[in-house]
Design a protein around this ligand. Sequence first.
Ligand code: ZN
Length: 168
Amino acid sequence: MRFHDPRRFGSLHWTESDPAAHPLLKQLAPEPLSDAFNPEYLYRATRKRSVAIKQFIMNSQQVVGVGNIYASEALFRARVSPRRAARRLTRKDTHALAQSIKDVLREAIKIGGTTLRDYVNADGVPGYFSQKLFVYERAGAACRVCKSPVKQFVQGQRSTYWCSTCQR
Ligand code: ZN
């Protein structure tokens, strides 16, 4: 067995008991592509949370597996500013965002993920989702929808990309 993890976010563990009961897994929130992650879940989970919505959806205690690229892209598609307080999202916003998270992940998986530098899948094939990005790593370039320049700022030590015209 070979474990190749250039970004060092992964780990391998051996267990003979139920994997879902493992301390590293049992606290995890719903998977974004599961039915448990839906607009109503996102609406209820965001109530009373003043953290910015981008940081909220990247928190694995709220929903797992939404990384920096897909969080930026899903917020763009839902037309929600990454800076907005989570509790300020309306039902319409949480509906759009839950759907856009699922759409972005499904599309990215279908075309092999996002190769920005050296990412390849287990067969050594790069992913092509980078050609579909609306905002991620496009700071200063024209928004593909409104032509305004894409903006960038640092949020929770991660770069966030967004269009201040399309996203409110
Ligand atoms: Zn725009």
